[in-house]
Design a protein around this ligand. Structure first.
Ligand code: FES
Length: 100
């Protein structure tokens, strides 16, 4: 099982924002939705668009390149038979940690 790695201070990912980080060689997009953090592979399952730069509505992120949407909880695409990997994320004090 992978170790949790500190990727950011919670204050660096304010509510409603996302940050692109690297964990154990994986590029990961960390999202803060109303104080709950989610972590997905940062590359869109379609053509690798930057999901950390996508619009978030509830717990759905929309890729800025061609509009595919993904559930932040499961990584599943909402309208296609596709998905992106999700990663465990937790907050300890001021630190955001991801296991990848
Ligand atoms: S690369 Fe994300 S929708 Fe095309």
């Amino acid at each position: 099982m992978s170790e949790f790695v500190k990727v950011a201070k919670a204050s660096e990912v304010p509510q409603g924002s996302a940050k692109s980080v690297e964990v154990s060689g994986h590029k990961v997009a960390v999202f803060n939705v109303g104080g709950t953090f989610y972590a997905l592979a940062s590359a869109c399952a379609h053509r690798g668009g930057p999901l950390a730069e996508g619009d978030v509505d509830g717990t759905t992120v929309t890729c800025p390149w061609h509009g595919w949407s993904f559930d932040l909880k499961t990584g599943a695409a909402t309208h296609q038979a596709a998905s992106v990997p999700t990663f465990a994320v937790k907050v300890e004090g001021e630190d955001v940690l991801v296991s990848a």
